[in-house]
Design a protein around this ligand. Structure first.
Ligand code: SF4
Length: 485
């Protein structure tokens, strides 16, 4: 929102700086400023200081927003995240490393521009009221505001879809402890929202820890979500919310993607158990259910103190290639898995999605809605969903409210602000973006025909029973054909 109010729709940054730098964007001024003093600081300290430095420079222009990296981004860890303001992230796919490669520690955006509605004011207001009502008075509000995404823990666990102990299981016997209900009951202190959103799905919990003997405690406020609880909880066999918070806090400070980090830790715990690696590599004992080893490893990844940690900086695929355990390094095309083991639509969707994310085409949701297995239907639904999501994403519509923003509603909204686009135009746009993404991936060397799946996906029973590798490849071939790749 700050970016739009600063007058820009997109920001493209070429090249890289010689010294740590941050970017200050104002409506009529762009400055690259020295950030030497921020080198090596955590994402949290960096965010606080960036705001302070801009205030000290006398810039006070309405909405201010900042994004920044921690030590992980500076050291080019391939799954370094970018922290957005206080509780949101560009988590996946290593945008933090991209910023680090540019010596760009952060971006501060100031916005004070306005976009008055000039025509059809009444129509705009009517549409706004209608949308507000549809969002706040339907199950979207109930689902995302009440417990938030952690509501998924118990339901996915019940349907055998909750990845547990590096997906050796799809059910966690201690799911109750890490459920959204339990996190809310014992830790929730507040719910907040992204700018302008009436839902408010961001759940903030209190992480309290003892820092010396006796009665000395300190506390931190952390946001929690389903994906974090799966990756840093069930996937590692951890069932105490406080242990999970300790890991969330550590990845948050370093600026790491919580999902990739958790899934990599899962591979480490199993590889250690199977003696493919030892303390010689990890420099600490590690086991499922023990948080201390995991905490030391997270810091080791950022410090890169030995060859093992240097390899880990490239993710689970690179580590398994070197140390073994490819069959249980749980990634799709080198991107660590998300928290769903539901069936073929999820498996294929994560493999072919442009970002290899569950959010590209929601295969996990298709699996849950299918009454019977149908190859054609799975492929058609994945393609249709990804194209529609391309439209929602480029309009910055939060995917949590996607069921409200069907294409007819999106068309009405755009028309209300003077942008004439029919439902057909939107469909064409989604298709165009899809083809563009495929073309970019191919240009960068991605080959859909060479996609492979770790064996573990076919060993652990899921919501739809046991999956078969041959069927996964048949689906992949059908997808390639139907998508015209
Ligand atoms: S915009 Fe989306 S993520 Fe942000 S508070 Fe609203 S529902 Fe949650």
């Amino acid at each position: 929102m700050a970016m739009k109010f600063s007058g820009y729709d997109a920001i493209l940054i070429h090249g890289h700086a010689q010294v740590p730098t941050y970017l200050s964007i104002q409506p009529h001024k762009i400055e690259f400023k020295n950030a030497e003093a921020l080198r090596g600081l955590s994402a949290e300290e960096t965010g606080r200081l960036l705001s302070q430095m801009e205030e000290d420079a006398g810039i006070d222009l309405g909405i201010m927003s900042n994004i920044r990296i921690g030590q992980a981004g500076e050291r080019l860890i391939r799954y370094a995240s970018v922290v957005v303001d206080t509780y949101r992230h560009f988590g996946r796919l290593g945008m933090g490393a991209v910023m680090g490669s540019k010596n760009l520690k952060g971006i501060v955006v100031h916005g004070n521009q306005f976009y008055p509605i000039k025509e059809n004011k009444k129509e705009y207001q009517k549409l706004y009221r209608d949308l507000y009502k549809r969002i706040t008075e339907t199950e979207v509000m109930e689902k995302y505001h009440t417990l938030g995404t952690p509501a998924n823990i118990l339901s996915l666990n019940a349907m055998k879809a909750l990845p547990t102990r590096n997906l050796q299981q799809a059910q966690f016997e201690e799911a109750e402890n890490i459920s959204g209900e339990n996190f809310a009951k014992i830790t929730l202190i507040r719910k907040i929202a992204c700018s302008g959103c009436p839902i408010g799905c961001i759940h903030l919990g209190l992480h309290r820890r003892q820092f010396s003997d006796g009665y000395d405690f300190e506390s931190t406020v952390l946001s929690y979500d389903y994906e974090l609880i799966f990756a840093l909880g069930s996937f590692l066999g951890l069932s105490d919310p406080n242990d999970i918070y300790a890991l969330i806090e550590r990845v948050e400070l370093h600026g790491l993607d919580a999902m990739s980090t958790g899934v990599i830790l899962g591979w480490i715990a199993e590889a250690y158990e199977k003696k493919l690696i030892s303390e010689k590599e990890t420099e600490t004992p590690v086991a499922f259910g023990e948080k201390d080893g995991f905490l030391k490893i997270i810091s080791g990844i950022v410090e890169q103190s030995n060859e093992f940690y240097k390899t880990l900086a490239s993710g689970s695929y690179a580590a398994a290639q070197k140390y073994g355990g490819v069959d249980f390094a749980m990634n799709y095309c080198k991107n660590e898995m998300a928290g769903y083991h539901t069936g073929y639509a999820n498996l294929l969707g994560m493999a072919v999605g442009a970002r290899h994310s569950h959010l590209d085409n929601a295969g996990y949701s298709i699996d849950q809605g299918l009454s019977e297995f149908d190859k054609e239907k799975i492929v058609d639904m994945l393609l249709e969903e990804e194209k529609e999501r391309n439209v929602l994403n480029c309009l910055v519509i939060c995917l949590f409210s996607r069921k409200i923003y069907d294409m007819k509603t999106v068309s009405e909204c755009l028309n209300a602000v003077g942008i004439s686009m029919s439902v057909e135009d939107l469909k064409t746009l989604g298709e165009k973006i899809f083809n563009l993404k495929v073309a970019i991936k191919k240009k960068m060397g991605f080959n859909y025909k060479k996609i492979t799946f770790p064996k573990r996906f076919f060993e652990t029973e899921c919501l739809n029973g046991k999956l078969h590798e041959q069927m996964a490849h048949e689906l992949l071939d059908l997808y390639i054909e139907k998508a015209g790749i």
